[in-house]
Design a binder for this molecule. Sequence first.
Ligand code: GDD
Ligand code: MN
Length: 410
Amino acid sequence: MHYDEFIDDQNRSVANDLAVVARADPGQLFVSALRPSGAEPPGVPSYHPGRPADLCIVTPTFNEAENLAELVRRIDLALAGEAWELIVVDDDSPDGTAEAADRLHAVDPRVRVLRRVGRRGLSSACIEGMLASSAPYLAVIDADLQHDPRLLRSMLQRLRQGDADMVVGSRYTAGGDLGTWSSWRARLSRGATQVAQRLAGVEIADPMSGFFALRRDVLTTRVRRLSGVGFKILLDLLLTAPRDLRVVELPYRFGERVRGESKLCGAVVWEFGLLLLDKLVGRWLPARFVAFGLVGLLGLAVHFLVLSQLYLRTGVSFIAAQAFATVTAIGVNFAVNNLLTYADRPLRGLRWWRGLAGFALICGVGAAANIGVASWLFTRHAQWPVAALIGIAASAVWNYAVSARYTWRS
Ligand code: GDD
Ligand code: MN
């Protein structure tokens, strides 16, 4: 490692053409801290180790160990002369992304890692990463090189000019491009964009972009009202008041992923819906509760399916069929809630089974509450469907509140 020369003197500017080449990985990945000061734009002072960052770049990661060194190399080239820092927010990736970031930090302290354990979620990772910085300007970029770091310099310039609060890398403005997306993915993205534009009144061309930069105060003034669910952090920011944001879009071409794989799957659609829902009704009902309720409806359908099949098709008694249907519905509810409602902190392994047992217990008490409330109302001359619905609502609130507290500990 030749980095000692580099950090030798905190205040001396970096020697010309000092190449810091470090073996960041057992493989051939290199980090170069090449900083030819001749190439620096006039007026921008050169980087000093220890100098506060002007731009903090946040990159959320899950299994991106192979991409990180190259990302740092490209950022470094793109932002030569700028005081930047990179915060890698890693959700405890099994492929050792956090360790790869640690090794990069050893040769370039501008790279830091924020490791989250037992958590998942692109949006919340971005939010927490941005909050971990004191830099006046913030940017979010994917770690897989699909977002071109060369756009960062223009983004920063636009923010510094002061006529934009936020700069978005856009695939849908003239000059922008989806790259090589499959047609279904392209259609999905365009569809979601239109929903956001029509339903939520978003005005920009690419509110689904995961590549953008903003002034820090734009984040801090709305951070308490962000949903933080799912993948669409930019949309979350755009939909959170105050709305008088000046947004500039810069076109870019969405690159191809060379290493690793995409984490976006069927859950994207669900989480997108949840985000919109939270923006629409979140003031009155937590989006998670709505999700829990929807999963509950699915459980009801499962219950009736199992019950009718058993009771009508086989010779099983009604009580036995009802009991079996109840157990199945509880199991399905638990599994689906774990996957969808709590996608950001799912239970796994032994905890999954323990969670299931606890959830069954909670639902048992919930059912008792349901019956108790409904029959009490019924004796008070409430109409029977009203009594039934209020009983169901009572047990739903109970199940949600108690399982949020004990099964999926928040
Ligand atoms: N910390 C964390 N936690 N990071 C995650 C998670 C997670 O649960 N899921 C994904 N990431 C990271 C990936 O490691 C990658 O760096 C980045 O988020 C984007 O994930 P991809 O799986 O590569 O998504 P994509 O390429 O299909 O879509 C991306 O680009 C679109 C266009 O800009 C996302 O940024 C989309 O939100 C975006 O619309
Ligand atoms: Mn990607």
